[in-house]
Design a binder for this molecule. Sequence first.
Ligand code: NI
Ligand code: MN
Length: 225
Amino acid sequence: MKTTFYGQASFAIEAGGKSLLFDPFISYNPMAKDIDINTLKPDYILVSHGHGDHVADLLQIQKNSAAVVICIAEIAGWLESKGVKNAHGMNIGGGFNFDFGRVKMVNAVHSSTLPDGAPGGNPAGFLIHSEGKTIYFAGDTALTYDMKLLEDENLDWAFLPIGDNYTMGADDAIKAAGFINCNNIIGMHYDTFPVIKINKDEVAEKFVKAGVNLKLLRIGESLTL
Ligand code: NI
Ligand code: MN
């Protein structure tokens, strides 16, 4: 399994022979100007919630790739209203076996209005089981006690927001790593906007002190999971 970072909360994950793309916000992100979205041909796009910094490139990339969009039922309905025929709506607590592995939609504490003002239902995170590994993509979320429900999932890696202001910051992400019982964290949702700029050295030091492995990928960088 391999992941590639595209900025903010956008990652590709190669899993089970398929290409998954999470929360596409790339062409609208000046930090990701070297990524050409027309080269992205995912089989699946997973959308955690409806905010612009997670869906800005969703319709274009879906059109280019005919990817199946995995998202909460309200966003699936919104996509259908935009002419997307293969949205796979789910809801919190539900899982489904796809051809690359199993996806379970889990709770996130945040909000979720779509860019045109349509309601995006509840925000979500995803548990991905594929190739014998288990990955948690938290989406935009506060630290929440519900994360404790993941402690016996034997997580290999977790994608957690660390940028503060709109989501949990580094201190709460370290607590979250404890709640979910996962020591391999990929940080996301930082530096894109002035209010979520982080001091990477300070954050790295906090994680080292807590004994938690934090990876901060450069945009375009890949990591084997
Ligand atoms: Ni958000
Ligand atoms: Mn966001």
